[in-house]
Design a protein around this ligand. Structure first.
Ligand code: BG6
Length: 314
């Protein structure tokens, strides 16, 4: 039909940065992927409502990573290692992958893009390993957002390498004090605010009344974020990513971040599917895969408990 927008469009975003827009057949679900960082910065439902948080102060300029959306932390989560905080994948320029190896589950879905990151000469000086990091971002027919990362060791010196990883997803929420997270109850976590000491979470769903920065360990494949005010529940499904980071900077840290508004902490929550506690090790030729699938359902479908059947039907 004339006037219909294509499922995949290559265009320019903020500061002339290259981006890809994905659209699903129903029309209004749009999603933006910046080649800078291989970063999703927008995911909208069919009402045109934005589901991801991006700070109004985000700096779309290297070397600063874009504050919001889904930054990718690789090859190091946090500052727990020789590299800069959260590694370098989030502030490198990715390329369009024109010839990705086949995916086992290739659907008739048209709204997807394949990106690739390989180390530059400069990168090899700070992390001396060759790899191919392939990222497929797909917008499913129902507006679901799927990210699949495939990381391959292409070292030809016979050496394995190890890395940690996170999809650092910033969800947009109406009011952080009205939000709860289900699926992490009774799990062990490392508290970044208490020298990474290990604690065990209480039996109740997680709610928020102050800064939080925790790495939950051995988490289930499904986690839900209930936004009571919006009557919306985000459902995260993940594969290959045993850990989950929950982060909100609250007021003091918010003020200390130059690329984050003072009050914006009220409207965001990071729940990050990750592999942190046990780093992934790949021998030359080996590949690791980590998948994240995000969807939304009306809150009534799973308020009170995370009922997989109901969520799936929703
Ligand atoms: C979270 C970490 O994943 O990211 C926090 O657990 C950190 O400790 C936050 O403050 C933001 O990191 P950055 O580097 O994007 O400011």
């Amino acid at each position: 039909m004339s006037g219909e927008k294509p499922p995949v469009e290559f265009c320019k975003g903020v500061n002339g940065l290259d981006k890809v827009v994905l659209r699903e057949a129903k029309g209004s679900s749009a999603e933006q992927v910046y080649l800078y960082g291989g970063q999703v910065t927008s995911w909208k439902n069919d009402q045109g409502e934005e589901l991801l948080f991006v700070s109004s102060k985000a700096i779309f300029k290297p070397p600063k990573a874009i504050r919001g959306g889904i930054p990718i932390c690789f090859p190091q989560f946090s500052n727990n290692g020789p590299l800069e905080q959260h590694g370098f994948a989030r502030n490198r320029f990715w390329s369009i992958d024109t010839d990705p190896p086949p995916f086992p589950t290739n659907t008739s879905n048209k709204a997807f893009v394949d990106l690739i990151l390989k180390p530059s000469e400069e990168d090899l000086k700070i992390w001396p390993h060759s790899y191919e990091f392939r990222l497929r971002v797909t917008l499913g027919p129902g507006g679901d957002l799927m990210l699949t990362s495939r990381i391959r060791n292409t070292n030809n010196d016979g050496k394995p390498f190890s890395f940690t990883f996170a999809y650092h997803t910033y969800f947009s929420v109406s009011d952080i004090s009205e939000v709860r997270v289900e699926g992490l109850e009774t799990l062990d976590y490392l508290d970044n605010l208490q020298e990474k000491q290990r604690f065990t979470e209480q039996g109740d769903a997680i709610t928020f009344e102050s800064e939080v920065d925790k790495i939950y360990l051995g988490t289930p494949t499904k986690i839900a974020i209930l936004d009571h005010e919006k009557k919306r529940t985000f459902v995260l499904r993940k594969d290959g990513l045993p850990d989950a980071v929950v982060w909100n900077p609250w007021d003091k840290k918010a003020k200390a971040m130059a690329d984050f508004g003072d009050d914006e902490y009220k409207h965001m929550l990071c729940v990050e599917a990750a592999a942190i506690e046990k780093p992934i090790t790949l021998k030359p030729g080996e590949e690791w895969k980590g998948r994240l699938e995000l969807s939304t359902v009306p809150s009534s479908y799973c308020s009170g408990q995370l009922d997989p059947q109901r969520v799936l039907q929703g």
